[in-house]
Design a binder for this molecule. Structure first.
Ligand code: C2O
Ligand code: CU
Length: 605
């Protein structure tokens, strides 16, 4: 419901702003015309009020900036002008409508509310005062002062936000006497159990259809080689950059590695330049499906191939039945991106004996959520983001899974006599069958699986938190990496690096409330910790505990999540739609006393 309302509101605000410009120009003209335009403007503003009230039914946090700032700034002056139309009143009303629209399209944080309200009111009062002075007819009073007063507020606001950007760029570097992220490494003093070298190089990826494209490869392939380890084993991965200009790093998505091994250029290391290398060492503490990917220029480098799977098993328990890891990936192409399971962008087949236990590990390496239809068998969602689900029971054949960008689902079932189909669309489709000859069933849409209510018997999450943070995700205009533009990516009215850091002390229990007030999905990923979902849109989670590291927050959704601050360091918390990340939808979680010697020469995305 939120999304259509938000879009309606944008259209109404734009129309009201156009009417405002007309009213501003006609303010001195014949009153009949002025009245007509005033009533058009008033109708649009009234409609915005209704829409804001409808949005309010979805939650206060979704409507607050409309109800506290945008609606009063427009409604009050417009009501005044309609009741007592005069040149001055019309100018003030037009200015109010323009300011109101401005604050819809340029998001601000809750912390800015008083500044925004005070500045905007001052501008409107100034315009009213100027109107009286104008009647004196002096030459100076004939300058376009109302426009100046109106421009002043947003200009000051933008300048302040820009300053916050510049000031924030240097944080975490100065504190003396702390511990440096460089000291927070994995074990350096014993022999690794698993040793892998990943060499990143430019190359070409060839999809099943024959489509070939420039790519970035690990050890000559994309996705890169699958790494397998057991819980408690020491994994050592040497990253070598052969010729990737942009630089590379390795982030272990979903594994709570020590901070120095986290692979974030500018925060935990420098990017590895062509000819360079970097050694990562960590001991996975949980089994599950994870993945690795570069964290340098991730927007362009992950989609072109710098990623692979990391599967961690419980000690001594190798794969018993049939097991397969499948990336759902959108390969960049000239026209539209090509969706595929790994490199299979056309229907494929796979032989699996009837009666075998099957585990499919789905990993979404795309920037967008992918919806996978599973047909032909009931199946169990055994794990989400590597976390087993308590009381997981089979769901019916024909269920759809929505994988968050960066998220993973493990599916288990006993292979039936007939075929099992996994399909994203008609071409990204896979059929498993005993003979290996069945073709995937025709594309279909089923009921959507909801992790929020899945499973049973979860112990309730403790409700005492040492700290609570609020993240409000908005879209609008702002200073992104490419200058001023429309970026659907602000957190609390700021873009990285100006988004205030979440500061915690080791051992604290932390609650975070994430509200998506934009009209696009934001898969939020916290490094170094797994989080438990507490509630969605005010409803407490039911079923088995939902632990995740990548939570898709859809437009209008408000999630409460909690985690324990048990892994000291400076961590990224960002949208896994890398385009949003590059635009600035990134913040840090920093433990008290931890500093970094690195600095981002641009956003660590
Ligand atoms: Cu999978 Cu910071 O990313
Ligand atoms: Cu996003």
């Amino acid at each position: 419901m939120f999304e259509p309302l938000a879009i309606t509101d944008m259209v109404l605000a734009l129309l009201a702003m156009i009417a405002g410009l007309v009213v501003g120009r006609r303010a001195a003209g014949p009153t009949a015309r002025l009245r007509r335009w005033l009533s058009i403007m008033a109708a649009l503003v009234a409609a915005r009020l209704v829409v804001a009230l409808l949005i309010l039914t979805g939650g206060t946090v979704l409507a607050e900036s409309r109800l506290v700032v945008q609606v009063p700034l427009a409604v009050l002056p417009v009501a005044w002008a309609v009741r007592r139309p005069s040149r001055t009143a019309a100018q003030v009303a037009a200015a109010g409508v323009l300011l109101s629209g401005w604050w819809l399209f340029v998001p601000f944080g809750a912390q800015d509310t008083w500044f925004v309200l005070a500045g905007s009111t001052a501008a409107l009062v100034a315009i009213a005062a100027l109107g009286r002075w104008r009647r004196s007819g002096s030459r100076a009073s004939r300058m376009p002062w109302p426009a100046v007063a109106l421009l002043l507020v947003p200009a000051v606001g933008l300048a302040l936000a820009g300053q916050a950007n510049a000031a924030a760029a240097g944080h975490h570097h100065s504190a003396a006497g702390g511990i440096s992220v460089d000291q927070l490494t994995g074990p350096r003093d014993r022999e690794p159990d698993v040793r892998v070298t990943l060499t990143a190089a430019r190359g070409e990826v060839r999809l099943a259809s024959g489509h070939a494209a420039d790519a970035l490869l690990f050890n000559g392939t994309a996705p890169g080689p699958e790494i397998r380890a057991e819980v408690g084993q020491l994994v050592e991965v040497t990253l070598v950059n052969s010729d990737v200009e942009e630089g590379v790093s390795l982030h272990w998505h979903g594994v709570d590695v020590p901070n120095a091994e986290d692979g974030v250029p500018g925060v935990t290391q420098n990017a590895v330049r062509p000819g360079g290398r970097h050694v990562y060492r960590f001991v996975p503490n949980r089994s599950g499906t994870f993945w690795y990917h570069t964290h340098r220029d991730a927007l362009r480098s992950v989609e072109r191939g710098l990623f692979g799977a990391l599967v961690v098993e419980d000690a001594g328990r190798g794969a018993a039945g049939f097991e397969r890891t499948l990336f759902t990936h959108r390969w960049p192409a000239a026209a539209a991106a090509i969706t595929a399971f790994d490199r299979a962008d056309q229907p494929t087949r796979q032989a699996v004996e009837a009666g075998r236990e099957v585990r499919l590990r789905l990993i979404n390496s795309s920037a967008e959520p992918n919806r996978v239809h599973v047909g032909g068998t009931p199946f169990t969602v055994a794990a989400i983001d590597g976390n087993p689900i308590e009381g997981a029971a089979p769901v019916g054949p024909g269920t759809d899974l929505l994988l968050a960008a960066g998220g993973r689902y493990d599916l288990t079932f006993t292979m039936p006599d007939g075929p099992v189909t996994l399909a994203i669309d008609a071409s990204a489709a896979l059929a498993l069958s005993p003979g290996g000859t069945a073709v995937p069933a025709a594309p279909a849409t089923g009921a959507l699986f909801d992790p929020f209510t899945y499973g049973s018997g979860a112990a309730p999450a403790p409700d005492d938190h040492d700290r609570t943070f609020d993240l409000r995700l908005d879209d609008g205009f702002g200073f992104g990496p490419g200058g001023f533009g429309y970026v659907s990516s602000s957190i609390n009215g700021r873009l990285y690096p100006a988004v205030p850091t979440l500061e915690v002390v080791e051992g604290e229990r932390v609650k975070v409330r994430i509200a998506n007030r934009s009209i696009v999905d934001h898969p939020m990923h916290l490094h170094g910790h797994r989080v438990r979902v507490l509630s969605r849109n005010g409803v407490p989670a039911a079923g088995g505990a939902w632990w995740t590291d990548t939570l898709n927050v859809a437009p209008g959704e408000v999630f409460e999540i909690a985690f324990t601050a048990d892994n000291p360091g400076i961590w990224m918390d960002h949208c896994h739609n890398f385009e949003h990340g590059a635009n600035g939808m990134i913040l840090h979680l920093a433990y008290e006393g931890v500093t970094t010697p690195y600095s981002a020469d641009h956003a660590p995305e």
